[in-house]
Design a protein around this ligand. Structure first.
Ligand code: ADP
Ligand code: MG
Length: 361
């Protein structure tokens, strides 16, 4: 069941449209991530949901309540929605406790206890309560911003790229912490980010935003393995896109034959493989190859992996059987292999495909 539903939302700034007929359903209790490149409309979308702006067209509903539909416009403070902005936006002159307590009734007898409880939930030590924002690290400031947004006990929390200013290790720890805190509190969450790795790891529901519309939504694994088009495929990770000839449930490609995920299709198609579906086996170079071969033409060290540039070598048996097939744009592709077993530049490898090919078009 969805908690939040957006139907046919359009939002213009002057003559250019930030959102154009956008549809989105956010499952109740979910951690929904919306991923899209910079300028795709992520912040605009959150601001419409929060009620800081009104759509030019379309309808936004939370549960059974209409928030905005051109006639109705529930004000932001009545929506029961928390918002953590892209830049933490703390009040610089207020203490940490006063920042968190901002949304709590001044006369509430439990005010101080509630502030301490929120600090504890987001992992801020009680001794820090009188510090001001400039005396806090970036990560601590984000914790305060989150606690402040949680103080009003929202049903829905909106997070606008809250981790983008943090360094890599802290970013992951904060992402896990925030996800856990909000799940434990039973708050449905929407995270927007331009970072596909962040989106995939945070979300149990993922939507891809492009040019102001949601192009695909669903479980993260589904989107990663079965993207709707090549652009989405590449946006969610490295993709190897190949021409294929479909026959009896198999996709025959220049890299070899592999089961296809649309069994009934026949004829020519464009398919996608993720690089982790390719296994490389070193071989001695020679003319007797019976399978698809490649040569390592470049590599860069990534710590746990080597990122390899591999050039497909023509004249393998597959290529001979289907002479018209080709890699989509070039005969070079990229993949990462564990750094424990490095492959040298110039090495020849046999390429084996595992799993299934996803048919794009
Ligand atoms: P994102 O958060 O994905 O980077 P935004 O929602 O901020 O994208 O912006 C989407 C588009 O709308 C961009 O082209 C941006 O320049 C434009 N835009 C956003 N806010 C305004 C505004 N207040 N006035 C005019 N144009 C805006
Ligand atoms: Mg933004």
């Amino acid at each position: 069941m969805s908690l939040l539903k957006l139907d046919n939302i359009t939002k213009r700034y002057g003559r250019s449209a930030a959102l154009t007929g956008l549809n989105l359903a956010v499952p109740a209790g979910s951690r929904t991530a919306i991923v899209g490149p910079s300028g795709s409309g992520k912040t605009t979308l959150l601001r419409l949901i929060a009620g800081f702006e009104a759509p030019d067209q379309g309808r936004i509903a939370l549960g059974d309540k209409v928030l905005a539909d051109g006639v109705t416009a529930v004000p932001a403070h009545r929506r029961g929605i928390g918002y953590v902005a892209q830049e933490g936006a703390l009040f610089p002159h207020l203490t940490l406790a006063a920042n968190i307590g901002f949304g709590i009734d001044r006369n509430s007898p439990n005010r101080q206890a509630r502030i301490l409880e929120l600090m504890q939930q987001v992992g801020l030590a009680p001794a820090m309560r009188d510090r001001r924002p400039h005396q806090l690290s970036g990560g601590q400031q984000q914790r305060v911003a989150l606690a402040r947004a949680m103080a009003r006990q929202p049903r829905l929390m909106l997070l606008d790229e809250p981790f983008s200013a943090l360094d890599a290790g802290l970013r992951e720890a904060m992402r896990d912490m925030v996800g856990d805190v909000l799940s434990t509190a039973g708050i449905t969450t929407i995270l927007v980010t331009h970072d596909q790795a962040e989106a995939l790891s945070f979300a149990d529901h993922l939507a891809v935003l492009r040019d102001g519309v949601v192009v695909q939504a669903g479980p993260p694994q589904d989107l990663y393995l079965r993207p709707t088009d090549a652009q989405t495929a590449r946006f969610l990770g490295d993709a190897i896109i190949l021409q294929a000839s479909l026959e009896d449930g198999f996709a025959h490609t220049i890299l070899g034959s592999v089961p296809a995920d649309a069994v009934a299709r026949r004829g020519n198609a464009t398919i996608m493989l993720r690089p982790e579906q390719l296994e490389l086996v070193p071989v001695a170079p020679g003319p007797s190859a019976t399978t698809s071969l490649g040569r390592i033409v470049g590599r860069s060290f990534r710590g746990s992996t080597w990122r390899l540039l591999i050039e497909h070598l023509p004249a393998s048996s597959v290529g001979l059987r289907f002479p018209s097939l080709a890699l989509e744009t070039s005969s070079i592709f990229t993949l990462e292999t564990p750094s424990l077993t490095p492959l040298e530049i110039g090495a020849t490898v046999q390429i084996q495909i595992v799993g299934t090919a996803h048919i794009l078009a």
